[in-house]
Design a protein around this ligand. Sequence first.
Ligand code: NDP
Length: 449
Amino acid sequence: MEIKNAYLSGVYEDLKDRNGNEKEFLQAVGEVLESLEPVIEANPAYEKAGIIERIVEPERVIMFRVPWVDDSGKVRVNTGYRVQFNSAIGPYKGGLRLHPSVNLSVMKFLGFEQIFKNSLTGLPMGGGKGGSNFDPKGKSDGEVMRFCQSFMTELYRHIGADTDVPAGDIGVGAREIGFLFGQYKRITNEFTGVLTGKNVLSGGSLARTEATGYGLCYYTEEALNARGDSFKGKKVVISGSGNVATYACQKATQLGATVIAMSDSSGYIYDPNGIDYKNIQIIKEQKRARINTYLDLVPTATFTPGCAGIWNVPCDIALPCATQNELDLAGAKALIANGAIAVCEGANMPSTPEAIEAIQAAGLLFAPAKAANAGGVATSGLEMSQNSLRLSWSFDEVDQRLHGIMKNIYKSCADAAETVGKPGNLAAGANVAGFLKVAGAMLWQGVAY
Ligand code: NDP
């Protein structure tokens, strides 16, 4: 990464001095600032108004203690976070992550990325993110409920349907959103659309569960079409086996591809006959089991321990859908050597900067997370609209809107990449297109934040 513009590199160096230990956050900011050089140079108003200094600083960071009692009666304590990064174009919006790796750097990188992602959807949503270092794995339903209730007992003060609307992310699915929603309602005595990803029985949107994975495939298909190609007949490797991965598997298969490998943090499965997403649903959503139990359902498949090895499986299209920095230079080189044509990001920042550079240099299609995985938050935006209207749309209606949004996001990225003289560079296009709308709103509002 090289930031040549003096204003941008000055802001970045200052940020590094003040946040030197936040490596994920600095990685996310560096990648965005590098691609903003042409727009900063074309419009001096951004520098004059301090837009970059402001956009890299969260409007508010809330950190709090989350005490809860485990099944043996012992008191446990975790750290809770909500980073309210930018509200220039709408209420803060972004998921809650429950994973032992959560820290302030991870929260800030995710919140920062969310600003541009939400802007790309075309919907009025600002950027935010939250979560805790609590690990739901191996916990009973009762323990997860007590944790979620304690977490919400502090978080409720800071959120609201017009203020900040959290959703799910790693470790936060339908079960956790239910516990969080129930506690919010109990404390405030209000039934509002304060969370998205709700059960359809309580104001959730049909197709929200599928939205991130479906959206990733819609975006990828659009980008492949622009290159005269498609999913049809392709071999696909998907890392992860959670929410995003499962429904990416379903949609890629519907679009004519064969998904031959998937993973979790323990290793990956390989099934040359094609992985049926319903088997992943059984393992992950019903049994909450490990991915190697796929072999109980499909004995002809194989399991290899170690999740990073999945990139050595020869494929046409790689969809990293697990976590940040899971695809490094070695993984990218393996994909390139095996003749892959595309890497499209379902997880947030799954590729390291070195991996992205290698993928782009080799001429593969590279679809950046903040555009390619925006279908989840876009559908959360549709859930907010339905809640405000007190209406629910059919699965097909939501899916069609999602499809239209993903096509528009692809077009915005491709057009912006052309405008800044980097045709085909969707990563640069996503950053520029996402930035322009937020920066325009910040200029218009004066020095409000
Ligand atoms: P889930 O918790 O449903 O699934 C996460 C998957 O990734 C699991 O298979 C998990 O394996 C694996 N994983 C998580 N952490 C690691 C790790 N450190 N190393 C290896 N594997 C890991 O999460 P989601 O599917 O919701 O989220 C996946 C990614 O997509 C995240 O980056 C998230 O931010 C992003 N995203 C999610 C959206 C959504 O709507 N859910 C929207 C946009 C982006 P294991 O079970 O073994 O931990």
